[in-house]
Design a protein. Structure first.
Length: 274
């Protein structure tokens, strides 16, 4: 039983404590609604906040990995485009060599075919030399391999170079023919070069598929990490909205309860009225 006292209003103190608790919860709920997060800083929950920050940092670092892999994709795409040009040129060179092996040709026709063959040969060098992306190439023989980022720890996704220059496919800058017999022999030489080029392009194609798959995985991994962070720190807005309505009602009732408690000492005056 609470004694009637003008010095101590126990009811008001209890009402005030309850109101302060309600106001504190209301502030927390309003903050969650404003930020969309139930854990916005270390003060809210240090352990969960630290875990979320680590995962968020990992997710952010994957942007650099994706950029690197995309550069790798572009580098190989340029190389494959050059490779397509090389195989096309080799096919035309074979055609010229076959035509030049015809012993019934006159000298002028033979010379024209020889000139065409030489021009096609030189175009291979131009195509391979220009097959660069961001200054890097896997077909011009300037490097043995290129390494791209594979994960957030800096591990590498390595692409081995496949040289498609003339020497890389078994030809040279002096490869040509001077007679019909030499032209006939050249057919087999070009066939071998074409087989070498297509094998190397197939290998680059496999690397390209590997990069595509790894890039897709990195995107899914990043999405999963972001979702995981959200599960840790994001507020349930439906729940917070319902709680806000409840706390606002509770706050109003608390104010009213405090007001009633504050009026209690005045009732003591009625005890002294005659």
């Amino acid at each position: 039983m609470i004694a009637n006292s003008i010095n101590t209003n126990a009811g008001a103190m209890i009402a005030l404590q309850n109101l302060n608790a309600t106001n504190s919860e209301l502030t927390t709920t309003q903050q969650r609604i404003n930020t969309g997060k139930k854990i916005a800083n270390a003060k809210d929950n240090g352990a969960i906040w630290s875990m979320a920050e680590m995962q968020r940092a990992t997710s952010s670092s994957l942007n650099a990995v994706k950029d690197s892999l995309q550069r790798g994709q572009s580098t190989i795409d340029v190389a494959l485009a050059a490779g397509d040009t090389v195989t096309d040129l080799l096919g035309k060179m074979k055609e010229k060599a076959l035509a030049a092996s015809d012993t019934s040709l006159n000298t002028a026709s033979f010379k024209a075919l020889q000139a065409d063959f030489t021009s096609l040969r030189d175009q291979i060098t131009k195509a391979v030399t220009n097959a660069k992306f961001n200054g890097a190439s896997v077909v011009d023989g300037s490097t043995t391999k290129l390494a791209f980022l594979a994960n957030e720890t800096g591990a590498a996704f390595t692409v081995t170079s496949r040289t498609l220059s003339l020497t890389g496919i078994g030809l040279s800058t002096t490869t040509t023919f001077t007679t019909a017999a030499a032209a006939k022999t050249m057919i087999a030489t070009i066939d071998t070069a074409l087989q070498t080029a297509t094998n190397k392009l197939a290998s680059l194609g496999t690397n390209s598929v590997g990069l595509d798959m790894h890039l897709t995985f990195m995107g899914k991994l990043q999405d999963s990490l972001d979702a995981g962070v959200g599960n840790l720190v994001d507020a349930d807005m439906a729940k917070e909205s319902a709680k806000l309505q409840s706390l606002q009602t509770k706050q109003q009732l608390g104010v009213q309860a405090l007001s009633i408690a504050n009026q209690a000492p005045q009732s003591i005056m009625s005890l002294f009225r005659g």
